[in-house]
Design a protein around this ligand. Structure first.
Ligand SMILES: [Fe+2]
Length: 293
């Protein structure tokens, strides 16, 4: 039966998505599957917890408080290890907009924050809600929800055997990356505009182009602050390793048309990044592009 499963890579986020090839497109509540190469594949307790957390998402009704995920002490320790690596990397490599947003959220560094707690703060700042998903989200579903101020969010954490590596976006990426940037009014606004642009898009080619621009801005965007190159992309800001390496990338001028045609591989550090001259230039350019789309 496993041959019938095909792995798709979510072009927005590099989410690994397993679907039955003869089934309709997975909706937001489809069951998550672990690939045999996944670090937690042979850990029955981890898999049981992943399923339990997936059940939270499946039972979740929009607008309800999000039930707390049953993290173990080992998993809180994963968060602490990541946090210790990320804090100094943020001070060196994160853009000013991000650093001021992370202060506004001021979440605990010694345990995994629950989505419910992050939501409470983010919603007051930008109106965005994080809503749990089991992990299987098609790009259009993910992007269109942004138009309504909804960020579909995974709640599980990576396997404790690999604290600095995850083959799929987990709650660290969601909170440290997206949760924090959605606590910036301007970055939240761009997320909303991406959703609205996708809703006006009918052809798969146009959707692909918008997904790539999302990737090279919201997920992997960099910009200049004086002489420095700083990150505002959530994929960079949730990986201390990639933050340290980002200057080695081929930094290209901030050209959204070029970004919309640039292929990428979500499984490696990004060798090509599009670098804006400033936060204001990035914000103004993306805003105008999406409104005109
Ligand atoms: Fe992401």
């Amino acid at each position: 039966m496993t041959q019938r499963k095909s792995l798709l890579s979510d072009h927005v986020d590099g989410r690994m998505v397993a679907i039955d090839s003869d089934e309709a497109v997975a909706d937001r509540n489809a069951i998550v599957q672990l690939d045999p190469d996944h670090p937690g594949f042979r850990d029955q307790a981890y898999r049981a917890r992943r399923n339990q957390i997936a059940q939270i998402a499946m039972k979740y009704q929009p607008g309800d408080p999000i039930p707390d995920a049953p993290y173990t002490d080992e998993e809180h320790q994963v968060w602490r290890v990541i946090w210790q690596a990320l804090q100094p990397a943020h001070q060196k490599h994160a853009c000013a907009e991000y650093l001021s947003s992370i202060k506004r959220l001021s979440f605990a560094s010694d345990r995994i924050p629950q989505l419910r707690e992050v939501n409470y703060k983010v919603q007051r700042i930008s109106g965005f809600r994080l809503e749990p998903v089991a992990g299987l989200v098609q790009p259009r579903v993910f992007l269109e929800n942004l138009a309504d101020g909804v960020f579909l969010c995974t709640q599980y954490i990576r396997h404790h055997s690999t604290p600095l590596y995850t083959p799929e976006p987990d709650v660290v990426h969601e909170i440290v990356g997206h949760g924090v940037t959605l606590a910036s009014e301007r970055l939240a606004e761009l997320n909303r505009l991406f959703g609205q642009a996708v809703k006006r898009t009918t052809s798969p080619e146009a959707l692909e182009r918008l997904s790539r621009i999302y990737w090279f801005t919201i997920e992997f965007g960099v910009l200049r602050e004086g002489e420095d190159v700083k990150a505002y992309g959530t994929g960079l800001l949730s990986s201390a390793g990639e933050l340290e390496e980002m200057r080695k990338a081929d930094l290209r001028p901030f050209d959204l048309d070029a970004a919309s045609r640039q292929d990428y591989d979500p499984t490696h550090f990004q060798p090509i990044l599009f670098c804006a001259d400033s936060f204001e230039q990035m914000y103004g350019t993306v805003h105008e592009f999406l409104v005109k789309w």
